[in-house]
Design a protein around this ligand. Sequence first.
Ligand SMILES: NC(=O)c1ccc[n+]([C@@H]2O[C@H](COP(=O)([O-])OP(=O)(O)OC[C@H]3O[C@@H](n4cnc5c(N)ncnc54)[C@H](O)[C@@H]3O)[C@@H](O)[C@H]2O)c1
Length: 437
Amino acid sequence: MDIAVVGTGYVGLVVGACLAETGNHVVGADIDESKIQGLREGQIPIYEPGLDLLISRNVAEKRLRFTTDIGAAVLESEVIFIAVGTPPDEDGSADLQHVLDVARVIGQSMTEGAVVITKSTVPVGTAQRVRDEIEKQTDRTFHVCSNPEFLKEGAAVDDFMRPDRVVCGIEDDQVRPVLEELYEPFVRTGNPLIFMDIASAELTKYAANAMLATRISFMNQIAELCEATGADVTVVRQGVGSDPRIGQSFLFAGAGYGGSCFPKDVRALIKTADDLAVDLSILKNVHEMNERQKGLLTAKVMARFGTDLSGRQFTIWGLSFKPETDDVREAPALTVIEELLEAGASVVAHDPQAMETARSFQLGDRIAFGEDAYSACEGSDALIVATEWLQYRRPDWDIVRDALRAPIVFDGRNLFKPSRMRAMGFAYYSIGREQVE
Ligand SMILES: NC(=O)c1ccc[n+]([C@@H]2O[C@H](COP(=O)([O-])OP(=O)(O)OC[C@H]3O[C@@H](n4cnc5c(N)ncnc54)[C@H](O)[C@@H]3O)[C@@H](O)[C@H]2O)c1
């Protein structure tokens, strides 16, 4: 098939590369000229395991190319994916400006019978707005579908290649064979292609993210109770999660959820419900709990060092919102850093992949970056672990102790055993467990 994927960000690049890998001819289109220029020169703008090889192979085999001419990409394609960003507006709702801009260009350029698929996470009713926008531009017939994406950054290629399920919201059965053909290579193991109406598909994506965010905030609240009662949240999690009705995933207490999806999708779903006078108070609590949780590490630092941190230096390990990605959008580490800077401290950070994105996205030159994890600890009052990258899980504690001014560790991801840290002479503060003073 000839396919256009409009938006070459974390989602669009993975979708485009995976569809090209299965034999389609894909053009990735984006308004960001420097990104497209870089892609044409073989530079992959994001860190996502396996993506660089996939892109370079499919570009070399001429099934994948990139353009800034969105109209031309639409004109030559039977299927057009909209995969642009839907950032939060000031009131928490999803900003649909980019989606509707693309819909306008699609209306101006598409051929008869085109299939327009929204991949971006969009509120219920957006497919109808996309249809309306296209119809303002053309009398041609076309199909609109909602096909929300469930990939996880850090495992995105694998998730797209082997999805748990593919959700397809369609207006009528006419377009069903196109989606079946598109996804047939990815659902051969029997995982379902689930067809439903468009509103349900749009809502499914938000409900899934809201459920996962709820599990995290719930467990963070249980962690608070663990600290107050002397229980240990890591063993509570094991005990709770071994019930097959509950399962182990997304039950890890920590420094709060972040990333480009959960925070904004939870807020957008709350806004949708508010607009329709539906009470989604559970989710309001989930969101508030997470905002509080993102400040927990700083609160622990201040409980130890006082609220005025002038003259103090702290090391942060991990900037990305989770391991195996360079995405720092709404990363808890950035909240901690802003709070430390606000209190007068200086910060030295290290991350295996996200130092450049953190610098250009928000931090600029306000903090220093360590060449490696250990040198980042030199002369700091304490180490703060914010992201659970594999390389931070078994550090050489002798080197860390020698580098720090005092052996003090704040762990926002519960990576180490309190008893072991005590035995090695560290003060160790983690989440929902014994605090080693
Ligand atoms: N990142 C994830 O893990 C993930 C997972 C599932 C769903 N989603 C959803 O997918 C969508 C895209 O997310 P992302 O993380 O890839 O975003 P992103 O910010 O990484 O990429 C968006 C891209 O769209 C481009 N763009 C913006 N306006 C455009 C326009 N008018 N024409 C052409 N290109 C335009 C931008 O230049 C950018 O390259 C969002 O709705 C997001 O919620 C993201």
